[in-house]
Write a protein that binds this ligand. Structure first.
Ligand SMILES: [Zn+2]
Length: 229
């Protein structure tokens, strides 16, 4: 296997807007100054205007509206969501596993990003995470999601073995983002691939247990352009 660092995965909706970002693969890199929160499967939002030490503050959304700042989250099956205002003024990285989804982490992150940007129009991208081809869950997970998203679960949860279901986490994340007003054409799903299916490229906690590493994802506010006067 090559020892070279893998490339991050980019999403056209963010790339076309000039927003630096990347979904991680095994051994891919993020900018050195990227700020990562200490993720706890909650709904807390951390807004940063300068790089802070790694894992210093608990949050599952990290956002910035400071030119040049990079924010990131790590995952191994949970859904990474990278979002930005259309004018690239503010960006956010959201960590959404089933517990975070059930608690409303996407709504919390999108609300905070809209407030930070001062504008409702957003771009979102969904990254590699556990899909319905592989990801088996039990009834407590179904109940937890159904309490909040009963109307969105068609095709997201399919019956599996008795008492079990196959859950498509990133499909549910996509539907939630649509439900809270982001147009489908502004939601990038090119990298909405299954982490369990591809051990060569992706870490997976479900597949590899405690030996699983983490994929690192980032998004950056573009640097300020000096006045040309
Ligand atoms: Zn799969």
């Amino acid at each position: 296997m090559s020892a070279e660092a893998a490339e991050v995965l980019c999403e056209p909706v963010l790339k076309l807007a000039g927003i630096p970002h990347g979904f991680g693969q095994r051994a891919s890199q993020v900018p050195d100054s990227t700020t990562f929160p200490k993720q706890v499967h909650g709904t807390q939002v951390l807004a940063v205007d300068r790089p802070i030490g790694p894992l210093a503050i608990e949050a599952d959304v990290v956002l910035s509206a400071t030119p040049g700042m990079s924010v990131g989250i790590v995952t191994a099956d949970c859904v990474p969501i990278l979002a930005a205002s259309r004018d690239a003024r503010a960006v956010a990285a959201i960590h959404a596993g089933w517990r975070g989804l059930a608690a409303g982490v996407i709504e919390a992150g999108i609300d905070a990003l809209r407030a930070a940007a001062g504008a409702p129009g957003l771009l979102c991208a969904i990254g590699p995470s556990a899909r319905g081809c592989c990801y088996e869950v039990d009834d407590p997970v179904r109940k937890g999601l159904a309490e909040r998203y009963a109307r969105l679960l068609d095709e997201v949860l399919r019956p599996g073995r008795p008492g079990h279901y196959l859950l498509d986490l990133p499909l549910l994340a996509t539907r939630i983002i649509q439900t809270i007003g982001v147009e489908s054409t502004r939601i990038g799903i090119e990298n909405r691939v299954c982490t369990l299916c591809d051990p060569g490229r992706f870490e997976s906690y479900r597949r590899d247990g405690v030996s699983a590493g983490r994929l690192r994802h980032f998004i950056s506010v573009p640097p300020a352009i000096p006045c040309q006067g």
